[in-house]
Ligand binder design. Sequence first.
Ligand code: ATP
Length: 493
Amino acid sequence: MIKEISIGISMAALLSMLIMGYDITPFLFLAAAAGGLYYFARMRGLINVKNFETVSVAERRDFSFDDIGGQESAIKELKEALDFIKNHCSIKHLGIRPLKGILLTGPPGTGKTLMAKAAASYTDAAFVASSGSEFIEMYAGVGAQRVRKLFQSARETASRQKKNNALVFIDEIEILGGKRGKTTSHLEYDQTLNQLLVEMDGLKVDDNVRVLLVAATNRDDMLDPALLRPGRFDRRVKVDLPDKEGRLQILKLHTRNKPLAGDVKLEAIAKDTFGFSGAHLESLANEAAILAMREDSQEICQHHFNESIDKVMMGGKLDKKPSEADMKRVAVHESGHALLSEIVRRGSVSAVTVTPRGDALGYMRQTPEDDTYLYTKDFLENQIAIMLAGSVAEEIILGNRSTGSSGDFEQAVRAADTILRSGMSDLGVVCPDSLPQELKHKTITGIVNGQEERVKNYIIESKHIFNSTVEILLEEEKISGDRFREIMREKLN
Ligand code: ATP
């Protein structure tokens, strides 16, 4: 506004001078030079340096650790670190140096940003957020200036909000804090990181506004060792994917404002979603609500959740409609996977579908028995059998195989490789990297071929269930795990 008024006044003054007969050429030159300089400085980021995201007091007060599900141990560790800041008087008294930085590490979407916001609320601090990518420019010096501006902005925001603490959050810190000398434009990267180190070293317990840096990354292996040494990021908190109980808590949080039908079983959904992050679960709840709205339903039912699990796992439904022959092949293929899955572990099939989603033309979803982090040899061999069953079923039922199994084979070979590397193959404990390629290849192929023979026998014995499952899949596109088991009981007993 002020800029517009000044330009207006200057124009009016120049016009009056022109009318009064003055030569205004020098003024025009001056204005052009000033404009050019201003434009150049803006281009280089020297003027109007980014305003970093600050969260309003009202928004921040609403957000607490209670709004984060499934991260009990991470929250406990973080709170312990934050208590140092809350009790700054005793820290000063005992001569403890202040905590300068907390590094949150973990996979994407697990709630690192939420933790930083809740940390600001917990310590009654002003919150200023930015991302590593916002500091990287072509021109040397701009990133460093932005780092200075970020800390300055945190102090100013805290003073404005009459707070003694400020929390600076930098997401994707690996972009700005990567190992020095590794990038081509290393001068700019190095200067930016150096400035961050300088700012961290300058943080003191008796500052008017005590600043805490919280950073997040899912690539802590890329960080420069200078950032990780004691006195910089003093605390590292691991924010991992949630376990079943954690997933249930997150689902409860994200469905608390949604009308759920009586048939919704959040425990079952939590069980079915092994490997989902908090962000996946939030999206799952949202997609289920969207599906309910599309069906004009006043409540969100279990089948909306089931459908949205598929959507979040595999991607949205595709418009492409495969030919009838391809659809039949996909139905046979997926029935093969499901049959083997039920044979090796009863009750393990959650759903079989022939709806094209993402890269897949069909899909068999398993219910994990429990969250599993260690795998036995039997488990891995069974997984290989399930992976091979699609292709074997095509061969036995339709007379030949297709190109649709390459992804399955990759997974089967990977599982066989894991057996070898874990010392569970016939070779015993070996150093896989110094093993002759031929022997390695022979061992892996031996494991896979052994399972292929096993799968062939199972599918030949159970051939007659395919007619029913393929027919239903072609008509209805989907069979639930319970229905699949019912067909198996009817046909195989
Ligand atoms: P990235 O590493 O990709 O930056 P992040 O770990 O910072 O991800 P957030 O941005 O905190 O993840 O989470 C994204 C969204 O996912 C949140 O807004 C929230 O809706 C949901 N979410 C993630 N984790 C949790 C959780 N533990 N509890 C509740 N909601 C969560």
